[in-house]
Write a protein that binds this ligand. Sequence first.
Ligand SMILES: Cc1cc2nc3c(=O)[nH]c(=O)nc-3n(C[C@H](O)[C@H](O)[C@H](O)COP(=O)(O)OP(=O)(O)OC[C@H]3O[C@@H](n4cnc5c(N)ncnc54)[C@H](O)[C@@H]3O)c2cc1C
Length: 754
Amino acid sequence: MTKENYTAQVLQYIPVFYIIWSDDLLSASEINVVENAISNDVTLSSNDKKQLKAWMNVKNPPKNELFKSWKQLIINSGVKLVEHETYPLTAFSQKVVSHYHKDISYNDQIKSIEINLGIQPNHYSHLFDVHIDLEKKSSQYSAKTIDTILKGKHAKAIDSFRAVLSDPIFSWEVRRNKEEFRNHVLKQVEFLAGKGYGAMAYPEAYGGTNDMEGYAYIFENMMWADGSLSIKFGVQFGLFGGSIQKLGTKKHHDKYLNDTGKAELLGCFAMTETGHGSNVRGIKTTATYNKDSETIVIHTPGKNDNKEYIGNAIHSKMASVFAQLIVNGKNEGVHAILVPLRNEAHELLPGITVEDNGYKLGLNGVDNGKIWFNQVEVPKENLLNKYGTILANGDYYSEIKNPNKRFFTMLGTLVGGRICVARAGLGGAKFALTVAIKHALKRRQFNDSVKIQEDLLMDYPSHQLRLTPLVACAYVYHITLDKMMALYCDESQPDKRQVETQVAGLKSIITWYANDAIQECREACGGKGYLLENRIADLKGDVDIFTTFEGDNNVLLQLAAKGVLSDFKAEFNSAGFSTVLKLLSSQLSDKLSTINPLYTNKTDKDHLYNPKFHVHALEHRTRRLTYTIAMRIRGYIKKGIPSYQAFLKVQTHLMTLGKAYSAELAYKSFIAHNDTMTDPEYKALFEKLGTLYALHEIRKDASWYLEQGYISGTKSKAIRQRVERLCTELRPHLNSLVDGFGIPDHLMTAPIAN
Ligand SMILES: Cc1cc2nc3c(=O)[nH]c(=O)nc-3n(C[C@H](O)[C@H](O)[C@H](O)COP(=O)(O)OP(=O)(O)OC[C@H]3O[C@@H](n4cnc5c(N)ncnc54)[C@H](O)[C@@H]3O)c2cc1C
């Protein structure tokens, strides 16, 4: 059989037919995709369509002879398969036809088959005895443009900071002796303070630029130099300086903020105790006001009541100590007090004991330690008194009368640090992903015997599925954290309770994501990922603790979920609660009414790629979990179970809600951002990343959606296939996507990434 038997239009489909029949595994839905494409192809005559459809009969597949003649036809064309083309099969088919006939235009129906069946070059390149142009990346998207999109309005500040990180002081090397490592990191922190970065988030009067949003960015970028650097920098300027800025008043700012920003006054943030970590309200250190001497006496009462894990404890001159403030014999709750630790000669002051916490899993460039106070006296002016003060007459005064509310208001002001920790985790994940993807775009393992060259790791569908959704998550979380920081900094919105709830959940899911991503990248690099020189090992150790400090993730998730319920909380003990439940259930059943069999079975691409479907699915999960928790709590309360116990009984349910709410929030933040994008090409790329994030999120929780009857088995399968196809479609752009993170060459020191 020769080309004369086929029209140009039919000939264009032959490579496609050759591929889809080669594995003899055509499923009904695949046949459907091809048949639809043929029906919709206006370039085909009715005879062409008849001929093509005749080859789609699974009961009577094309005979071997015909199959071989297709192969010969393709080989004789001498056309090269160019793997890095955006749609390699469509382009290949077009070129084969152009060899035998006149030029023929690009066929969108073939492109739709290629996309919808997720046919990728490594699935079929072995079938053709043709030369293959191997290229690792597409240049369709510019990494620089992507980086510019991600930097947004902070581009100038970030670019100059990245240039500063090219100083030799930031060159990475293996440092295993903790003393040397800590001293080096201290020098780096002082270097950055000298350039004004320490004070960046402080007001201009104290050497800063009031730029907390920019600060969060540089904090993330610092992770690329070293995790210990980020954390020590964060302790000094964010935690210690931040407590002075946010909990102190003008006298504290005037006295300490300038020196803190310049790293001339080194400080630490002493909140956690050995006996009390997550439960900060339960700490035991006391700060007792002595009216006669107008001093506050700081004391560690018991064996386990010392401060522990305190960052910068060995290098600090001063600590911001959290303690129970006792005035006139009354405990006014947890307050922060500035306590000098050492003199100019760096000797400990009387009553202070400090012990090194020693070597840790990671962050060994940070000096964490334990601190004890034995009746240490400080002037009453050292009380950071923005939210509660000791008056001239020796009485305690606070505008916030409720001690609980006062405590949470104080902690709430420190939420910026929590956003920064999530950002640093994200920075770690971006670095590991860049290393793993760059490696997978060079490293080859295994091949089909007909091929000379082995396949790139990145061309294995399993590798794509392992890494691509993690890249999509990085983009979604980047934009989400940007938005959170902007909300946190928005002074026109003084009530930060909602941001606090949102950040609690997001910090949890993002730092967990970062740890998972780093582990996956380690494995994706094989043995090379285990070598310190490739940086993933240190990232693993450093980012691990991000799930615990600045609020343990499991505890924070409960906070986030309680925030979701808080609108209804006041009603829990009253008759009005049933009204709330009615409202919730009516909202739910409104939504549920749309979940008819047509919806649960809907598997077409337009539906599955539609953000409306994603939002609906993610909102439905949050709503349903909220409703069922509220119902369960109501049931317990009706039985007379105290509300603390009732909440314990639904604890795991609460955490599930916290995660669901956070994933929904992240996706909605991302699509809201994409709506503002003007360049259609990049907007399409970001939308694809959003779709992958959403479908991946639904796929991870498919068992829940199936249990609830929200999706059918067929839809669940279709979602899984779509996730794989999206990974394939993004494969050519992975290089640009990781370069788009903007990690400068001088910081990307991993040999396997270069
Ligand atoms: C390297 C490092 C640096 C640190 N830096 C500082 C610092 O500079 N300043 C500072 O003040 N602190 C610092 N910390 C302390 C850190 O904030 C605490 O470790 C953290 O708050 C958790 O407290 P914990 O270790 O006592 O754990 P715990 O509170 O004992 O928690 C242990 C486990 O129990 C679980 N758990 C606890 N309560 C609940 C609950 N209600 N429901 C369900 N599960 C629960 C947690 O999820 C966790 O998995 C640092 C810690 C480390 C390791």
